[in-house]
Design a protein around this ligand. Sequence first.
Ligand code: ATP
Ligand code: MG
Length: 238
Amino acid sequence: MAIITFANTKGGAGKTTAVLLLSTELARRGYRVTILDADPQHWISRWYEISGGIANISVIDFVTTTSLPIHLKEEKDKTDYFIVDLPGARDALLATAIGLSDHVLIPIQGCAMDARGGAQVLELLQCLRQRAGIHIAHSVILTRVNSLVTTRALQTVKALLSERQVPVLETPIVERSAFRDIFDCGGTLQTMDPQCVSNLDKAQENARAFAEEMMRILPIRLTASERRFGYDTVRDAA
Ligand SMILES: Nc1ncnc2c1ncn2[C@@H]1O[C@H](COP(=O)(O)OP(=O)(O)OP(=O)(O)O)[C@@H](O)[C@H]1O
Ligand SMILES: [Mg+2]
């Protein structure tokens, strides 16, 4: 079991979109995914509802600082990947979710405002490492990237991240209409109509590459979070 949290204190960075893409791709590959929806706009829960459910995905809505550890404990035996969708805020839930995660993904669009929201998450991760000795793996994922041109703002953000030695995923999430429309249509990129959605094949390929990279970074094995929940003893005993 692995816990992946999407965090950026700036609203609109692309967290929820990335949650949906990663979750549907992992589910398509047969992994059991539990999405913990803590976004006050409940986009994931609404999408799940209009989809009439999605195989291998379950969604828990109204997740709070108190309920998050309880959901993780209760669902751990039924889940391969937990994916946490946080609100764009710097609060106790952010600290709790980060502390429980195996990997924190920080979506950043190529703009200074987003980079600042991402920097607040990176500061929190550094604080955990320095003060409590807890190292949480993390990466930035560049979002809403233009498929045709590299903007100056994006170049600046990339240079800043590289200067600070922040890991950045190889796969950026490109700006695609499919990634917006899916919240209205429901379902997955595979069930959308290619006649109605432009560049659907490229959107599918992008989501595939993103999920494959995450599966390489975080293959399902005995993780720190499983150990926290006592899996060691359970498996050893078995
Ligand atoms: N790759 C993309 N291509 C097209 N539209 C995108 C993409 N990523 C995000 N968007 C759009 O940008 C807006 C914000 O994205 P999203 O809701 O994923 O951000 P968020 O970080 O979850 O925001 P919040 O902090 O408010 O929860 C949405 O309208 C979404 O459809
Ligand atoms: Mg959101």
